[in-house]
Design a protein around this ligand. Sequence first.
Ligand code: COA
Length: 248
Amino acid sequence: MSNLILTTEKQGVFTISLNRLDKKNALTNDMYKQLCQHFSYSEKTTSIHCVVIQGNESCFCAGNDLNDFIQCSDNDELAALEFVKVLSEFTKPLVAGVAGAVVGIGTTLLLHCDMVIAANNSKFKLPFTQLGLCPEAGSSLLLTQKIGPNKAFELMVLGNIFNAEQALNYGITNQTCQPNELLALTADVAQAIANLPVESVMTSRRLIRQANKVALSQVISDESQAFSHLVNSQECKDILAKFLNKVR
Ligand code: COA
């Protein structure tokens, strides 16, 4: 396995660190596959009581690798969609520590986390429609539940950037911190969860999330179908080609 994703396992906490910083931790198909394996491993390993997902103090994740979107064809199963399924069905406590770019799936995956710590240099963005795409990872349900349809439209259709303080007010994150405090604070939160009675924590998590279970699975399926259609449209491919020429 490449080292674009690093993991550690210590005292009941399994930590997944995105490690493609030169590309702002944009997630490739291969990285999604690795993430799926790590989540499956965490799910079935009884000594793991809490999982952390993080980047570093300057960057969390710039979303899906746009090159992969361009290259995918009608017949391709997007690894991102499998990751979303695994993430949405995960049953153990999930903690995220974010900073810098928190874009696309970098933001929507947070909606499946139980605790999110954001450094105050974080910049959140959901540029779906600017790319000719639509919301994913259940965000059309989960974000709308948090902030209502009008604000959800503003963030997911206009794609306005928002900062750590706004993310806290929207209920996407639990707390903010200085960038240099991020990794230690995230580790502390995860350790505190891991030290609690395991069955009690997992039962509580299930109860907190169960009202959404059926609706979420339907929404993810609808989003995935729409997303797969849009990502193969000529309009989307033209936008991505233009964007990549600009950022390259
Ligand atoms: N896919 C592929 N490559 C990406 C990427 C992505 N989503 N995001 C960043 N990169 C690459 C850039 O192409 C650049 O590569 P290079 O050094 O080979 O030129 C490198 O990462 C650094 O990015 P850069 O744009 O120079 O950094 P920045 O700090 O100025 O801006 C972002 C950071 C995240 C705001 C900007 O890169 C961006 O908007 N990325 C695209 C985000 C996106 O639309 N994601 C998809 C959501 S569905």
